[in-house]
Design a protein around this ligand. Structure first.
Ligand SMILES: Nc1ncnc2c1ncn2[C@@H]1O[C@H](COP(=O)(O)OP(=O)(O)OP(=O)(O)O)[C@@H](O)[C@H]1O
Ligand SMILES: [Mg+2]
Length: 257
């Protein structure tokens, strides 16, 4: 099976930037890559360089598809529906491709109270399971800060949950929480330090998170800020990206070769 990664971390640490660059790096190496935007506020499309005006409807908003696949009527809740909807055609039909990366935007499910089992979440869960367990594409999943929605059923299929941190205290504290949650559901983690300016930053991160194995130390990089400001993807020419990034992709690839 191809490499399966999820990317987590406190808000704003660089998850989407790093997920986008990793997805592009794997594709540039000839891998078939599916990038999953699992953030309720999706913005992986921009990081991948997809056109800004592309009308991307999140899967969770495709009411007719959800109704058809789960055997429900749009907008109706309760009653019976299929718990194992067909999803294997969704990655090809509903993704957006750029330079060998296919993007799937999941969208949000409006849970009617905790533990609600609604057709949208059943479909999304089946889709993620399919991508992680049965489909042989490299997967890079950009997540929101928590890892709660990475369910037990799929957690063991993730080769690494990358925990992105920057040297700020809050990001380091968030990383500790993520590590604990990940251990609870049996996901293996690895650290990616971002916005590292100097040895002092490096020591702070390593000292605060002694149990997290860091696979990369990415520098503070003005090119990211410029890309953000201009609404472009960072390093349109991937060969110009920091060497540390391709070393990270190398290291991750060895997990599955
Ligand atoms: N190494 C870096 N050097 C400088 N700026 C960076 C670096 N990494 C990311 N950034 C910038 O930080 C901002 C947040 O990055 P990004 O959107 O990737 O974070 P995120 O963790 O996905 O955020 P969110 O939690 O909102 O989804 C962006 O403007 C990005 O360009
Ligand atoms: Mg993000």
């Amino acid at each position: 099976m191809a490499l399966k990664l999820a990317v987590s971390g406190k808000g704003g640490v660089g998850k989407t930037t790093i997920a986008g660059l990793l997805a592009r790096s794997f594709a540039a190496r000839g891998k078939r890559v599916i990038a999953i935007d699992a953030d309720p506020v999706p913005n992986l499309a921009a990081a991948l360089g997809l056109p800004r005006d592309l009308p991307i409807a999140p899967i969770a908003s495709l009411t007719e598809l959800i109704a058809e696949r789960t055997g429900t009527k749009p907008g109706s809740y309760g009653g019976f529906f299929k718990m194992n909807p067909t999803v294997d055609d969704i990655p090809d039909k509903f993704s957006f491709e750029k330079d060998g990366v296919r993007l799937l935007v999941m969208g949000t499910v409006d849970h009617g109270g905790k533990g609600c089992v609604c057709p949208e979440s059943v479909l999304l869960r089946a889709l993620v399971q399919h991508l992680l367990l049965y489909r042989d594409d490299t997967v890079v999943m950009d997540m929101e800060a928590g890892v709660e929605h990475l369910g037990r059923a799929t957690s063991s299929a993730v080769d690494r949950l990358l925990v992105v941190v920057d040297p700020g205290l809050r990001s380091l504290e968030a990383a500790k929480k993520i590590q604990t949650l990940a251990a609870d559901i049996g996901v293996r983690t690895a650290g990616v330090a971002n916005r590292v300016r100097n040895d002092d930053d490096r020591r702070r991160v390593a000292r605060t998170l002694p149990d997290l194995e860091f696979l990369a130390w990415l520098p503070f990089d003005d090119a990211f800020l410029a890309a953000d400001r201009d609404g472009t993807r960072p390093y349109d020419d991937l060969s110009q990206a920091p060497a540390e990034l391709s070393r990270l992709a190398d290291t991750l690839e060895t997990l599955r070769s």
